[in-house]
Design a protein around this ligand. Structure first.
Ligand code: PFF
Length: 463
């Protein structure tokens, strides 16, 4: 019998190695959580959904739904100590339910593949912007010139395809190298450095003269702007930004030492991730208003505003290059988390080496990514349901797969797992444990289902 199949969960170990310390786990989960979702996606969907009220719903979702789901994922992962599919099958059986819970792990693996197919494309834009910044094209540029740069770039499928290829190559490389050597080292430096640069940018946006307007846009809720669709988008964003609902955090939890506090580690990650998103919003919206741009500009928002700000700053070429390098790193450490469940699954089930599995999964995602590469140029007029291929993959994953995945994870941890198992993993049966259990059993599943059914129009209005 393999050692990771021990009947006593406390004695189980992971085939893929373990984090060297509690800090290493926090860094890796933060690295997965902090990414394009915070700096690219949060500002643009907050802008598209009217600002303040959206931000409020997002924050409620992060703390009342996201946090308990994250804790559930980590505890499930650590108890099973395998890839998400095998862990769900094992725990399903062990807790007296069914091994068919493995399908939940399976949907997560699929969600990771689909998300990375478009995530890598935007990450490719970021890598390309490192070179654009360094070349000095943004120095002293006006808003129209910066927008024209972005339009010209995404309009050329060869450039976008090339940068997507480069990014997928880099990601596959790190994943192939394995847990400790690959993941930990990449994160240690990036998150603090990114925060420092965001503070530098914040100083600039405060001095733009439109800081108050940006602040009001983000924090004055106007509920008339809120539709059930935007509530769903806020919830989807909470899941996306925390990397939950698809087994990535479960896969990381499998490598977590027994003695680490799951509540403490999850809390640190949620606070760090949320602060970075809010900081990004505080940087971007004042610049949007100062330059007469439209907050509802869409996926190009960050690429239209930040180069403009850097272009007007002393040392802008340097800072702008550094910023896009850091953002590329942030995307890279998130992309690793997106690939991990599929790779861990292939290694355990198909007896592949880690490197072979990484190349196979990376190759598939690379190919699928061309759907999104072409969505901004050759196929930009090919629209159905929510818009382009890119829009639909984003909607399906963030607003459907992740929330529903998170709902079932919470139900599993809250209802299927017995009290002893979860109390054992969370290391306490005190107040914090009780709060977690109420959130995981009732608040999270009910809120997710309600918002989801409302947004697809299956629940009528009471009035
Ligand atoms: N949380 C990442 C971000 O905000 O950019 C995206 C992400 C990474 C989602 C890893 C899911 C995941 F498993």
């Amino acid at each position: 019998m393999l050692s990771n199949q021990a009947a006593d969960p406390a004695k189980r170990t992971s085939l893929h190695g373990h984090w060297s310390s509690r800090m290493a786990f926090i860094l890796a989960v933060t690295g997965s959580a902090v990414g394009l979702g915070n700096i690219w996606k949060f500002p643009y969907i907050a802008g598209q959904n009217g600002g303040g009220a959206f931000v409020l719903v997002y924050l409620l979702c992060v703390f009342l739904v996201g946090m308990p789901v994250m804790m559930s994922e980590v505890l499930i992962g650590r108890r099973g100590r395998r890839n998400p599919v095998a862990t769900m099958a094992l725990l399903g059986q062990e807790e007296g339910s069914s091994p068919n819970w493995k399908w939940l792990g399976g949907v997560g693996v699929l969600a990771g593949i689909l998300i990375l197919s478009y995530y890598s494309v935007v990450a490719g834009w970021t890598v390309a912007y490192v070179f654009k910044s360094a070349s000095g094209v943004f120095a002293g540029a006006q808003a129209e010139q910066v927008s024209a740069q972005f339009g010209g770039f995404v309009g050329d499928w060869r450039l976008v395809g090339f940068s997507h290829t480069l990014f997928m190559g880099l990601t596959t490389f790190v994943v192939a190298r394995g847990v400790e050597r690959g993941l930990e080292q990449a994160v240690r430096f990036m998150v603090p450095a990114l925060m420092v640069l965001l503070f530098v940018l914040l100083g600039f946006s405060i001095s733009s003269g439109h800081f108050g307007e940006g602040l009001a846009f983000m924090f004055t809720p106007d509920f008339s702007k809120l539709t059930w669709d935007s509530v769903l988008a806020a919830m989807g964003q909470a899941f996306f930004t925390l990397s939950i609902g698809m087994g990535a955090i479960m896969a990381y939890g499998a490598y977590l030492p027994e003695e680490t506090s799951i509540t403490g580690a999850s809390g640190s990650v949620v606070v760090a991730d949320t602060s970075i998103a809010i900081l990004a919003g505080l940087v971007i919206f004042p610049l949007v208003f100062a330059n007469g741009l439209d907050p509802a500009d869409g996926p190009g928002l960050v690429f239209d505003t930040l180069p403009l700000a850097f272009g007007q700053m002393a040392g802008g070429v340097f800072f702008s290059t550094l910023f896009f390098i850091l953002l590329s790193f942030a995307a890279w450490t998130s992309a690793i988390g997106l690939m991990e469940p599929a790779v861990a699954w292939l290694v355990e089930h198909q007896f592949r080496t880690r490197a072979q599995a990484a190349v196979m999964v990376g190759g598939l995602i690379w190919l699928l990514g061309f759907g999104s590469v072409l969505s901004f140029n050759v196929l930009s007029d090919f629209k159905f349901y929510k818009g382009t291929i890119f829009d639909n993959v984003d909607h399906l994953t963030s607003n459907v797969m992740l929330p529903l995945g998170g709902m079932f994870i919470a139900i599993f941890a809250g209802w299927v797992m017995c009290r002893n198992s979860t109390a054992d993993e969370l290391g306490s049966s005190g107040t914090l444990y009780k709060i977690w259990r109420i959130l995981a059993r009732f608040v999270a599943p009910v809120a997710i289902l309600f918002i989801f059914l409302k947004a697809i129009g299956l629940l009528p209005d009471l009035s």
